[in-house]
Design a protein around this ligand. Structure first.
Ligand SMILES: Cc1ncc(COP(=O)(O)O)c(C=O)c1O
Length: 492
């Protein structure tokens, strides 16, 4: 007869069809050896009766097991458990420790990667005030986007459905290159544009393709944790370069880390402090890179959000000898989940990056690129930027007003002419990490500044204001004020 486990498998309250439950029960019994090879199964009729299911249910289960080779049918004789099991290796034999095989080892690359803290900057899963780095998700032009998607999916040309150019869809590269030439002073042709799945892929590719394990790279200190993690995971020696009111101190880098082979920099809005790299420093940096043969990675992640005056053009536009790799993203200007970004490559690197891109993930997704290309061509992109610029400027002013009302002693900031967050430095001996925890207990997200430093961390808090409507900002500011007032009483 059947082992009781097959009957035990049946549960009529589950959403799983009964024939699959019978199949699972029999399969498990075979794999565990309760039903032995060459065991003769009862007829489908008897089994159906025994299990209280229809004969058809058992027939379907048998059919699947026969197809997969667990059962064999002997003409005129009945159905048997296959005499040579297809996956006996799946059975878990009792193995003494000394008989156990050796665990396959991880690569040294993987071990290095596991030591890098990636969760630190992704560890706030909640989307709530005042999480920084978030655009106004709910103000995205969903209807326009939906219509574009619907139209492009209706009769997409084959070139968007099959494998395509690893660099990305040409009309999107054209739209990006036109936008960058006009708005950011980037000098490039569509051929130099490589579409990526966000800046992160660009950073990772550049680090891996242009530098070797142990090579040194300059990075602003404090700096962007996402970039730092990618560089450390690639085995690079990240050299912290202090910043002042003019941005990265190039002279410091030249003196202390002269052999660096790459510089990662956020010139238009230093992350996280928001400083603009001065023209003098830009020229100094380009000169040093030229003399020492180093690459420059320019991360221009949210230059669109400037509320006063015109932003300084991109560093890339000043580059005379093809050493700047410009990185852009649609994560801030549209949505992080769009997962599209781009690199603007010097001519000399185009072939290498195409090569690598085709090995990593072949190419970017076809229709998504076509949708974005049209959004850029038809003026939707510019309109969205203009709307968000107005909205974020208002939200910044509103946030400052409320912060001054509810926690004035914790917010020593001036209005910022750019960006999506504000940074407030803390007087010693308060710990920003502790304050973040206190805020979190009150249901408010703020980010600590100190983890962004590699050297001599300063304490501070980052408040993202762009992503949150007035009602949320009002509640979060009130709750944060209460939470912080508790600290003032008991600390330091
Ligand atoms: C400095 C910097 N660069 C780039 C990004 C965007 O990364 P991605 O394009 O991978 O979403 C961010 C997001 O927080 C950032 O702060």
């Amino acid at each position: 007869m059947l082992p009781p486990s097959v009957l035990a498998h049946l549960n009529r309250t589950l959403d799983v069809p009964l024939h699959l439950q019978v199949y699972e029960g029999l399969r498990e019994a075979i794999l565990q050896g309760t039903l032995k090879p060459s065991h003769r199964l009862p007829s489908t009729r008897a089994m159906a009766q025994h299990l209280g299911v229809s004969r058809n249910t058992v027939l379907l289960a048998f059919e699947q097991l026969l197809l997969e080779g667990y059962l064999e049918s002997r003409v005129g004789d009945g159905t048997y458990v296959t005499h040579t099991l297809p996956d006996t290796s799946l059975q878990k034999p009792e193995v003494k420790p000394e008989q156990q095989g050796r665990q396959p080892a991880l690569s040294r690359r993987a071990q290095k990667l596991l030591q890098v803290q990636v969760t630190q900057y992704l560890s706030q899963p909640e989307y709530r005030a005042f999480r920084s780095g978030m655009p106004a998700l709910k103000d995205f032009p969903f209807e326009e986007w939906r219509k574009l998607h619907a139209r492009h999916w209706k009769t997409p040309p084959v070139q968007l459905l099959a494998y395509g150019d690893p660099r990305g869809y040409l009309p999107l590269r054209e739209a990006i290159s036109e936008y960058l030439n006009a708005s950011r002073g980037v000098r490039c042709t569509p051929d130099q544009v490589l579409i990526t799945s966000g800046s992160q892929q660009g950073l990772e590719l550049a680090a891996r393709l242009l530098l070797d394990d142990g090579d040194s790279l300059w990075m602003e200190d404090p700096g962007y944790l996402g970039a730092r993690a990618a560089f450390q995971a690639s085995g690079l020696n990240v050299c912290p370069i202090p910043i002042d009111q003019e941005g990265m101190q190039v002279q410091h880098g030249a003196e202390h880390h002269p052999h660096a082979r790459m510089v990662y920099v956020t010139p238009s809005h230093q992350y996280p402090l928001g400083i603009t790299l001065s023209l003098t420093r830009r020229l100094e940096l380009l000169k040093w890179a030229r003399q020492s043969g180093a690459w420059i990675l320019e991360d221009d992640y949210n230059s669109e959000y400037r509320y006063e005056g015109r932003p300084l053009n991109a560093l890339q536009g000043l580059d005379q000898d093809g050493r700047v790799i410009y990185i852009g993203t649609f994560s801030k200007v549209l949505l992080p989940a769009v997962r599209l970004g781009y690199l603007v490559l010097p001519e000399s690197l185009i072939d290498l990056f195409i090569h690598a891109r085709s090995l990593v993930d072949r190419m970017p997704p076809g229709v998504s690129q076509a949708v974005l290309a049209e959004f850029m061509e038809n003026g939707g992109f510019e309109r969205h930027i203009r709307r968000m610029r107005g909205l974020y400027a208002e939200r910044q002013a509103f946030f400052i007003e409320l912060a001054q009302k509810h926690f004035p002693e914790w917010l020593q900031v001036q209005p910022s002419p750019a960006g999506m967050h504000l940074v407030s430095h803390l007087a010693e001996p308060f710990s920003d990490v502790q304050l973040v925890e206190e805020a979190s207990r009150a249901g408010v997200t703020v980010r600590a500044l100190s983890p962004s430093y590699l050297h001599s961390p300063e304490q501070g808090l980052l408040f993202g204001y762009a992503g949150y409507p007035e009602d949320e900002t009002i509640l979060a500011a009130r709750d944060l004020g209460r939470a912080f007032s508790r600290i003032r009483i008991s600390d330091p």
